[in-house]
Design a protein around this ligand. Structure first.
Ligand code: NAD
Length: 463
């Protein structure tokens, strides 16, 4: 059996978390807020260490590491702290007339002990933002960061316990073996972020214990560019979304479907945006990250070589895990770059006749995690939003929708199920318990046997 950072075995860790849960350590809002404040303190005190770890793992520019991991975590935690009292309150609901007199209410209770499994691309944010939801909801949690981001994983394992109560949160670093050992245990919720293949493994393991799961998966997020789009803004925002973290973002625009009349000007502006962001040689830019490892680098080279006209970029250097921002025009049907999630800075641009054709193409594939539309025309916006299904939509931008805490973030169909961020995180880790209270002073014989003919007649009339 693998050991954890606390030298306990995994079953012991889970048993201890379950035990501490029974003692009601996180019963009060004050106790939950205290843990969340400590998480904020971790993000402040360890800011430099976090940025350094992300640079070691992903060559992540300091600005991106700060914005998308440190600030994101902090604002999720602060948002939860500011709203927790309201979220924890029982909510009164109306009850049907035949139960009169009665009162109904819904009271959130913690699901229990959660397992949070994360991927490597935002290795801190994607385990600690769900943890905010777990702590806000009153759950204890095992956090399993990705082994493919070893510096961040080591940082979490060594530093987080200085801040959070070790009876409530334990970080278990490790790879497949450790995750499998964790999945053999019974949890009350498994919150998984990663790919579809492992998502299935997680769900199978969860089924053995009838444990509910939230699956935050990936896929190919399309980006539709209408003839009415502001092309300067579209190009800037598409390139930003595609090159942020070197394209290794679950909601990166995977490919562009561009209406024929604007394809040429769009390509020019996309090339212009790449040059404006990273200069003539993005390899020299400190604002452009690296591919996580050589295996993924080789995967991207294979996608590049699978077809399509290279209209920008195309250079790569495995030793440096460098992959230039690359635009591919009209890869032939069946090319791997059109079938697989790209997860890197390659942007296929596919020509379509009109937005209706773009919608048909999107609807022919699995339902994506995000869909992007660039259009100034509101009727086009209504048409696309109303006729496609995706986890979320951003109109005239990319990625940004996931930063709004009031917008639940999650997939649909093959991109996963369940959602989080803001109140949705609290809900994800809570059981919404229904309670109906009835006084005893009114108890008509009408509802009890024997069910006489008169009662049946009255029931037909009044119920
Ligand atoms: P992954 O599925 O390979 O790994 C995720 C986690 O599962 C890791 O912690 C890993 O240790 C564990 N794991 C790997 N193999 C396992 C196995 N056989 N049994 C048990 N556990 C195992 O995902 P990844 O490569 O780290 O991340 C990339 C994927 O994640 C992409 O598809 C991306 O779109 C998706 N993603 C989704 C979101 C989202 O919010 N929806 C966010 C980021 C990434």
């Amino acid at each position: 059996m693998q050991t954890t950072s606390t030298t306990e075995t995994i079953p012991q860790v889970v048993a201890r978390l379950r035990q501490s849960r029974m003692t009601g350590k996180l019963a009060s809002a004050a106790a939950r807020k205290e843990q969340l404040r400590r998480l904020v303190a971790f993000s402040r005190d360890c800011e430099t260490a976090i940025i350094d770890a992300l640079h070691a793992d992903l060559g992540r520019p300091a600005f991106e590491a700060f914005a998308s991991e440190v600030v994101f975590l902090r604002s999720e935690a602060e948002y939860a702290i500011s709203r927790l009292d309201r979220w924890m309150r029982a909510r009164r609901v109306s009850t049907p007339l035949f139960t009169w007199p009665s009162a109904g209410y819904v009271i959130p209770e913690p699901l229990g002990v959660a397992l949070v499994i994360g991927p490597w691309n935002y290795p801190l944010q994607l385990v600690l933002a769900p943890l905010v939801g777990a702590l806000a909801a009153g759950c204890s949690a095992v956090v399993k960061p990705s082994e493919l981001a070893p510096a961040t994983s080591a940082l979490l394992a060594s530093r987080l316990r200085e801040y959070l109560d070790p009876d409530l949160v334990v970080v278990v670093p490790g790879a497949v073996e450790e995750t499998q050992a964790l999945l053999a245990e019974r949890f009350d919720l498994i919150f998984f972020t990663g790919g579809e293949t492992v998502g299935r493994i997680v769900m199978e393991a969860a089924a053995r214990h009838l444990t509910p799961v939230v699956l935050e998966l990936g896929g190919k997020s399309p980006c539709l560019v209408d003839a009415s789009a502001d092309l300067d803004a579209a190009a800037r925002r598409i390139v930003w979304g595609k090159t942020y973290n070197a394209g290794q973002t679950c909601v990166a625009p995977d490919y562009v479907l561009a209406c024929r009349p604007i394809v040429e000007p769009l390509l020019d502006k996309l090339k212009g945006a790449i040059a404006a962001f990273f200069g003539p040689d993005p390899r020299q830019s400190t604002d452009f990250g690296r591919i996580v490892n050589q295996r993924h680098h080789r995967r991207l080279v294979r996608l590049l070589e699978g077809g399509g006209t290279v209209v920008a970029g195309g250079k790569h250097l495995e030793a440096e895990r460098y992959f230039e921002p690359t635009i591919l025009l009209d890869p032939p049907p069946g090319s791997p770059v059109l079938d697989e999630e790209i997860f890197g800075p390659i942007l296929p641009v596919i020509t379509v006749e009109n937005i209706a054709e773009a919608v048909t193409r999107v609807n022919a594939g699995p339902r994506p995690l995000a869909l992007y539309l660039f259009a100034q025309d509101r009727a086009t916006e209504r048409f696309v939003v109303g006729n496609t299904s995706s986890g979320g939509v951003a109109v005239n931008h990319t990625i940004l929708h996931l930063t709004a805490p009031e917008l639940p973030f999650g997939g649909v169909g093959a991109s996963g199920f369940g959602a989080y961020h803001g109140y949705a995180s609290f809900q994800a880790f809570s059981h919404m318990k229904s309670v109906l209270r009835k006084p005893t002073w009114f108890d008509p014989a009408f509802f009890y046997p024997p069910y006489t003919k008169d009662k049946v007649r009255a029931a037909r009339r009044f119920l």
